[in-house]
Write a protein that binds this ligand. Sequence first.
Ligand code: MEV
Length: 423
Amino acid sequence: MRLGISRISGFYKLPPNARLESIAEKAELSREEVSWIEQGLEINQANMMVENVIGIFQVPLGIATNFVIDGREVLIPMATEEPSVIAAASNGAKMARGAGGFSTSSTGPIMRAQIQATGVPDPFGARQEILQHKDELIEAANEKDPMLVKFGGGVKDIEASVIESRLGPMLIVQLIVDCRDAMGANAVNTMAETLAPRIEELSNGKVYLRIISNLADKRLARAKAIFKANDIGGADVVNGILQAAALAEVDPYRAATHNKGIMNGATAVVLATGNDTRAVEAGAHAYAAVGGKYRSLTRYEKNGNGNIVGTIEMPVAVGLVGGATRVHPVAKANVKILGVKSADELSRIIAAVGLAQNFAALRALVSEGIQKGHMSLHAKNIAVQAGASCDLVDIISARMAAERRISVDRAVELIRELGDKKN
Ligand code: MEV
């Protein structure tokens, strides 16, 4: 049913309502699901999500096309305020299609919670004590979430280590929790809080922190794609991308921007599905620094055929149950559009989008430069800023892009000129 659906020619030329109709047909959205997207979040729903609500802050939602992930055509909902991100993701996915798109894998949905025992008189002895009581602790934690255990999740292991700090040694106990389809913060925090008194007893210390770690290094998502030299502009572009990638592997100044580009794509899908953008961002950047030096999350190599092999590995802690994903109507519709059945699958799609986004940025950066594409899309924003009415925005932005004169001053001139013609 979903065969070939992500390749929609001329999608960008349609007006928004026709685009939604097209997506509704391809993703088999019901009329109700379409209305969720049309109406968006309502104030009474927002009021149940966070505190002190006074309104709703809206962000554009678009669809990235061309994605084939693990042999499946996937339409990617992306919520972002940045022009050119969705176009670039679609472009990156198109360049990967020639060799079959993206293949993915993951470590599974495992999170860590930390329990910090301080003032422990014999931290190494206490560590052993904790590990000797591992089964008892796992059982006590799992009793707190029988539902998660029923679905095959729950605490799977307990680790303990002594960490030297400037306030002396601390015993850090970590719960290793399979969160299944939940992002898991609530589940693991509850478990950590439950075990804290017993950890105090066993260690003779005082527990302060008992909280999830967002460095989700046991919840890694990976994606790989081959970008054929002929599809991306030839051998010089291949070499340029390898040069750009090599810099991002060793220079944190470039790596930060390189990874920001990855997160342009990843965060937009995390947000569109009602997931915790800050958790995924924190995990990605912490993972990028895990070796002691901040580095890029993607790798690019040239294979024997002169094509580029791109890979990404990053923590992606997202869920399909709990949190806003099941509450926010647009997030619910977006999950349906993605056609995902598990949080793990969603995390792998997000990694693939990150890779597509990064590749498209690098390709543009080493060839025509980022501003050409970016500025022509940005031209619409400029036209609006200059006060263009809806019917003039497209005309004025196209004129400014063609003239390569994209500025508020030029937009004001064009509004005057075109407005005069209309009258
Ligand atoms: C802009 O939002 C993202 C880029 O700067 C990423 C990059 O430089 O790789 C284009």
